[in-house]
Design a protein around this ligand. Structure first.
Ligand SMILES: Nc1ncnc2c1ncn2[C@@H]1O[C@H](COP(=O)(O)OP(=O)(O)OP(=O)(O)O)[C@@H](O)[C@H]1O
Length: 259
């Protein structure tokens, strides 16, 4: 706990900057990610939301030409630099769900068991069955797939595939889940299910979501950060950011004057 009694942030970013070749995509960003909350990252296209999200689990490391500077911590420990966390272990603790559902061309069961197998987290058989079941339950998918676990994950509907990807992320026991526009490829009903799911997951996980939909940010998040041209303009309680933004630029964006 901090001096004010607020929970310590789960993750922090300080002076975070990202370059793609000669282009500065993120400049001097400071942000605390509150533990056990949903933080929404909003802002016009190209403002650096996804770039920031990828910094939180070192996904930018996989992009040729991307160069990250500054500091990011997880529970106070640096994730970059000489003493940084191992990226594979980091990505187990900080999982990611992408814009397009991307299940592996494997069975539903094997999709969920993939991470625990890779990391040697549990034995095959009853232990693995329990992890698969509890992950699918947490993702709100168990009831729909429990009788077809051996069928291909790619045969599910788009919304079910996205919940399968969330189950896959949950299966390795992450502490933080990053979501990059997780509903942008889904219809309104599937979107509503994912939003309900996000709400139910926040008791257990710290969640950061990039969204283009201000309605979605308002529905699912408790904290909102507004990005513009690679910088954070404003961050605060979601209700305050949407009803009484402190900055004119934020006001302009949420009222649709640009973006
Ligand atoms: N792999 C890359 N190589 C070069 N430039 C990139 C790369 N990824 C992003 N950029 C550039 O960095 C800037 C920030 O992009 P980013 O995708 O983080 O923004 P965003 O706010 O998530 O955008 P959108 O809402 O459109 O997804 C943009 O100018 C983009 O063109």
């Amino acid at each position: 706990m901090s001096e004010q009694g607020a929970p310590s942030p789960k993750m922090t970013a300080r002076h975070l900057a990202v370059r793609y070749g000669g282009k500065l995509a993120l400049k001097d960003v400071d942000l605390d990610i509150a533990s056990g909350r949903v933080t929404a990252l909003i802002g016009p296209s190209g403002c650096g939301k996804s770039t920031f999200l990828r910094c939180l689990n070192r996904m930018n490391d996989t992009i040729p030409g991307a160069k990250v500077s500054g500091e990011v911590t997880l529970d106070g420990a640096p994730i970059y630099g000489r003493d940084g966390l191992d990226p594979v272990l980091l990505r187990a603790r900080v999982g990611m769900v992408f814009q397009r559902p991307n299940p592996f061309p494997k069975s539903i069961y094997d999709n969920v068991a993939f991470g625990p197998r890779l990391m040697g987290l549990c034995h095959e058989g009853a232990d693995m069955d329990a992890v698969v079941q509890s992950s699918l339950e947490s993702a709100g998918l168990w009831g729909e797939v429990k009788d077809r676990l051996a069928t291909k994950g790619t045969g599910l509907s788009g919304g079910q595939q996205q919940r399968l990807c969330i189950a896959r992320a949950i299966a390795v026991g992450p502490e933080v889940i990053l979501m990059d526009e997780p509903c942008s490829a889904l219809d309104p009903i599937a979107t509503a299910k994912i939003e309900e799911l996000i709400d139910s997951l926040r008791d257990q996980y710290t969640i950061v979501i990039v969204t283009h939909s201000m309605q979605q940010a308002a529905r699912v998040s408790q904290i909102t950060a507004f990005f513009h041209l690679g910088a954070i303009i404003e961050v605060g309680a979601t209700e305050q950011v949407f009803t009484a933004p402190a900055k004119e630029l934020t006001q302009g964006y949420i009222t649709g004057r640009f973006g």
